[in-house]
Design a protein around this ligand. Structure first.
Ligand code: TPP
Ligand code: SF4
Ligand code: MG
Length: 300
């Protein structure tokens, strides 16, 4: 988070609420994520006029419309590329990316390792409902085989557009993010709003690329990974967990006894693209490379 984009003026969470009311279904987990984001921006004192929220496409990607900051409701799976471009050209802005599990881990998944390599100062909040919500319930990379019974797979009411259920393996986005060395990796849950707020604050304050995977149940199209499912299976990251220990972070991410909530991995030593570019600029300062004519002059 650039210091220039933090305001001396105090903003209450309600100051970030736009006049557009969310049109999510009653009980959608995204309401909890949005409220946690309002609170986190207020705690961090983000100036709305110095903040941009970029999204892809999906129910969750509607979020920028509900916030008073600048917003960019972009293209399915391409939010990270647009956000990186904004951050590189305007490093003084706070850049937040929001979207769904389909957007981030399916069509847009190829951008994760490369954003990790560039490590721009961007916070990416994924509302993970284990389904494609907007397009009416197809399975996503984080969908799981329904837990209740294998027969449930055959119930067309469960997966309206995927009546025979999930046939592929489920990805583990936290382990994947650690493998890519994303410099801040955390997990939250929309039904644990205070903790989710703290996690978003930590992500916003992190200098580098922060990925927060927030469980955000979709009661309309996913009757398997419900709020109760996650209430029973989530637990706090143990107090003695050292998130800078990558091997320990992997071990935590790969545990099969439930889902740890909190900051799982961080690498504060990683350089960002902004630092690399500043170093390059000072190295080549004064050399004629700023325009086409200046470039041509080097060869005459
Ligand atoms: C290039 C492209 N392919 C497919 C779509 C159709 N589409 C829109 S949203 C979406 C998936 C949304 O799922 P997710 O990202 O998990 O968001 P959610 O709706 O669950 O919040 C798909 C496949 C599209 N809009 N653009
Ligand atoms: S379809 Fe699901 S994800 Fe979309 S608004 Fe409704 S409850 Fe939320
Ligand atoms: Mg989804």
């Amino acid at each position: 988070m650039p210091e220039t984009a933090v305001s001396q003026q105090q903003y209450a969470p309600k100051d970030y609420k736009s006049s557009l009311k969310p049109i999510w279904c009653p009980g959608c987990g995204d309401f909890g994520v949005l409220n946690a984001l309002y609170k986190a921006m207020s705690i961090c004192g983000l100036s709305p006029e110095k903040t941009v929220i970029v999204s892809g496409i999906g129910c969750s990607s509607r979020l920028p419309g509900f916030v008073t900051t600048y917003g960019f409701h972009s293209v399915h799976g391409r939010a990270l590329t647009i956000a990186t471009g904004i951050k590189v050209s305007r490093p003084d802005l706070n850049v937040v990316v929001v979207g769904g599990d389909g957007d981030g881990y399916s069509i847009g998944a190829g951008h994760l390792p490369h954003t990790a390599r560039r490590n721009p100062d961007i916070t990416y909040l994924i509302m993970n409902n284990n389904v494609y919500g907007l397009t009416k319930g197809q399975v996503s990379p984080t969908s799981m085989v329904p837990m209740a019974s294998v027969q449930a797979n055959l119930d067309p009411k469960r997966w309206k557009t995927t009546p025979y259920g999930m046939t592929e393996d489920t990805i583990n986005p936290i382990a994947m993010a650690i493998a890519y060395d994303i410099s801040f990796v955390a997990r939250g849950f929309s039904y644990r709003p205070n903790q989710l707020t703290e996690i978003i604050v930590a992500g916003l304050q992190h200098k580098g690329f922060a990925l927060i995977d927030a469980f955000s149940p979709c009661p309309t199209f996913n009757q398997d990974q419900t709020d109760d499912f996650y209430k029973e299976r989530t637990y706090d990251v143990p107090e003695d967990h050292d998130p800078t220990d990558r091997v320990k972070a992997f071990e935590l991410a790969l545990r099969t006894d439930g889902y740890p909530i909190g900051v799982i991995y961080r690498n504060d030593l990683k350089h960002s693209i902004m630092e690399e570019q500043a170093a390059l600029k000072s190295r080549f300062a004064g050399q004629p490379s700023g325009s086409v004519s200046a470039l041509l002059h080097r060869f005459v």
